[in-house]
Write a protein that binds this ligand. Structure first.
Ligand SMILES: Cc1c[n+]2nc(N)[nH]c2nc1OC(C)C
Length: 326
């Protein structure tokens, strides 16, 4: 660098590289070019200490993100799912629910089960008021997430205005943002071709892309969305079952996964598992399982959520004793 102004230009250029790399997660240059330019900057500052400015990248330790997302509190907490890793556990889950319901009801027919692919993406909470998308947030800790409304609005699958009313005055709609395999591979090829860091898997790519501080970067990423349930509803969601709710979502213009099925027995639910595990490799997106839900809202309400168990009490269990003498 032969004069101070070209030194100051280099400082500004490196700070721009830093912002794109650390904040936008969208590097502008490869690591080797960045290292060369930083080395030249250090050499200039050594040769001309009187040029040094405090905002030079050589003077800043680490890199704090310039801005954060606002926080957004869900009007109804976003629950997480218990896992079943084999058929017996799935049947046990269903039997437990049947036993509980049979305590207070004569069940004319067993509760129907809605079966959905569990997408390997990022959960999102959408809030529509008077049919207009007013907020989108990540799951966060289940109660409070990050407000990523501007980023969510770049999702081509997401309507900003619901169609075919009526709809409740306010409704939270939950779904999964994901990156289809083909889009993921193409994006990684582009990043690798410019010597930039690639993503390990579509889930990380979806999370990183949805949580960009610059919505333009999110818009450039091949993200997609399926919705799968409702949170807080103000007004009337006239649907007695989950499958009716999903049909309603589709009528309103929201994307619902076409592999969703409602079945009449736990055996049919198990058959669905076999069916989808065979189809898994053909799907254009990654799934990490199936979500089974009791379909009738009345039974969902009665079964409730175990998360409501008291936080202030705990049972410390003795190891199971050897089965009593038969
Ligand atoms: C956490 C979650 C994830 N998923 N994914 C689907 N398809 N449905 C679904 N439901 C969830 O939670 C509700 C059962 C509350």
């Amino acid at each position: 660098m032969h004069d101070r102004s070209s030194y100051l230009e280099a400082v500004s250029r490196l700070r721009t590289y830093d912002y794109h790399y650390h904040v936008l997660d969208e590097p502008l240059v490869g690591d080797s070019q960045y290292d060369d330019e930083l080395a030249r900057l250090k050499a200039s500052e050594k040769a001309h200490p009187e040029w040094l400015v405090s905002h030079s990248p050589t003077q800043t330790v680490g890199f704090s993100a310039l801005a954060q997302f606002d926080k957004s509190t869900h009007h109804q907490p976003m629950l997480s799912l218990d896992n079943a890793f084999d058929a017996a556990s799935l049947v046990a889950w269903y039997e437990r629910g049947l036993t509980r319901l049979r305590k207070d009801h004569h069940l004319a027919s067993p509760p129907r089960i809605n079966c959905e692919p569990k997408l390997d993406g990022v959960a999102i909470n959408l809030r529509y008021e008077a049919g207009v998308l007013v907020q989108a947030a990540t799951r966060g800790d289940g109660s409070t997430g990050e407000d990523i409304t501007l980023n969510a609005k770049t999702l081509r699958a997401l309507p900003h205005q619901l169609q075919n009313g009526p709809w409740p005055a306010s409704i939270e709609i939950r779904g999964e943002v994901f990156m289809p395999r083909k889009g993921f591979d193409a994006m990684n090829r582009r990043l690798a071709a410019t010597g930039l860091k690639t993503f390990v898997n579509p889930r990380n790519a979806a999370a990183g892309s949805l949580r960009q501080l610059d919505p333009k970067v999110t818009a450039s990423r091949p993200l997609d969305l399926y919705v799968y349930g409702a949170g807080a509803v103000v007004g009337d969601l006239d649907a007695a079952t989950h499958s009716e709710t999903l049909a309603q979502f589709e009528r309103w213009g929201l994307p619902v996964n076409p592999e969703t099925r409602c079945v009449d027995s736990i055996e049919a639910a198990e058959a669905y598992y076999e069916y989808l595990s065979r189809r898994r490799a053909e799907l254009s997106y990654e799934i990490d399982g199936i979500v089974y839900k009791v379909d009738e809202h009345q039974w969902q309400r009665e079964l409730g959520a175990v998360a409501k168990s008291p936080r202030w009490a705990i049972a410390r269990k003795f190891p199971a004793q050897e089965a009593a003498t038969q």
